[in-house]
Design a protein around this ligand. Structure first.
Ligand SMILES: [Zn+2]
Length: 318
């Protein structure tokens, strides 16, 4: 799969020939006049802010004329979006960026993505959304392919008026970002935490474990060799067995647990969720850094990256 920067000419072609207002999701379409739009016009950053469009056709005209490097819309709805004033409510958003995953099995260099880590980001997004739906009972959960990862955007009224600190707690819950007081409960946060811990543990390599304070090489080696067994202990909530391993001791165990919990939090950028005035890449627009379309994902399991490849890139590839 080719991922390269789009030229200004390709951007123009994309917006003239390919951009389609029907690919703007309903949740934006129906509230378009209440959102702040932001643009990166030349690839130097999204510093063209405070734009308001009353209709999607107005937005379309802007995109065709300016062919921006990137286009964004606020998660928030405002009374006066062109002044970013009169905040009414905001979607709950989670950003799972494949280039920033704390553990990747692919080994592609920092800042880049490949099909493998994009797939890992997809799995993480799916797991987060499952908790949002099952544990928190949320509906109207949308997946967006962002170009380098996935966004989860929740338009359920029950979360749209939450403040930043409440959103922060929600992120901790979904990611397994805090150590629970009880590991063994069959349901609720305890279970989510164990699932996240297990997932994080499964991707650990020897060199990761050696970063844990007090971790001896022999113990790290053993944990990697007997990973399956350790994962089973985590899954079943038998963390006392894990802490009882030879050479572990309560202190190292605590350090290990804190290390893993911190990694858990790193699977999404919490700052994005907490910021109720954030702008997020506009679904339907072009991510010019990678020449991929940012788009709504109807079925997260079946989504194929090829669907996001713009025409100009397909033609260039022959
Ligand atoms: Zn990768």
């Amino acid at each position: 799969m080719i991922m390269r920067e789009a030229t200004p000419e390709e951007r123009r072609r994309f917006y003239l020939e390919e951009w389609n207002k029907r690919e703007v999701p309903d949740f934006i379409l129906h509230t378009i006049s209440m959102r702040e739009f932001g643009f990166d016009l030349d690839g130097k950053g999204p510093n063209n802010r405070y734009n308001q469009f009353l209709t999607v056709d107005q937005l379309g005209d802007f995109l065709r004329i300016r062919a921006p490097y990137s286009a964004y819309a606020s998660v928030a709805l405002y009374e006066r979006p062109s002044a970013r004033e009169g905040w009414l409510k905001a979607e709950l958003a989670l950003d799972i960026d494949a280039k920033d995953l704390p553990l990747k099995s692919c080994g592609c260099p920092p800042g880049s993505v490949c099909e493998r880590c994009l797939d890992e980001a997809r799995q993480v997004a799916k797991q987060f959304a499952e908790v949002l739906a099952s544990d928190l009972g949320l509906r109207k959960i949308n997946f967006i392919y962002s170009g380098r990862g996935f966004h989860i955007r929740v338009n359920d009224e029950s979360v749209m008026t939450l403040e930043g600190n409440e959103r922060a707690q929600l992120v901790d819950y979904v990611t397994g970002g805090v150590i629970p007081s009880d590991f063994t409960m069959a349901l609720g946060y305890s279970k989510v935490f164990r699932e996240r811990l297990e997932r994080t543990f499964s991707s650990l390599r020897m060199e990761d474990l050696l970063e844990v304070r007090g971790m001896k090489r022999s113990l790290a080696q053993r944990l990697i060799q007997e990973k399956e067994r350790a994962m089973e202990m985590i899954r079943k909530g038998k963390l006392d067995e894990l802490s009882g391993l030879e050479g572990m001791g309560p202190k190292t165990f605590r350090n290990l647990l804190e290390f893993l919990t911190k990694l858990n939090s790193g699977f999404t950028d919490g700052k994005v969720t907490i910021d109720t005035k954030r702008i997020l890449r506009l679904p339907s627009s072009l991510h010019s850094g990678v020449s991929m379309k940012c788009m709504v994902v109807q079925d997260i399991d079946r989504f194929k990256l090829e669907e996001a490849v713009p025409k100009f890139l397909r033609e260039a590839a022959g």
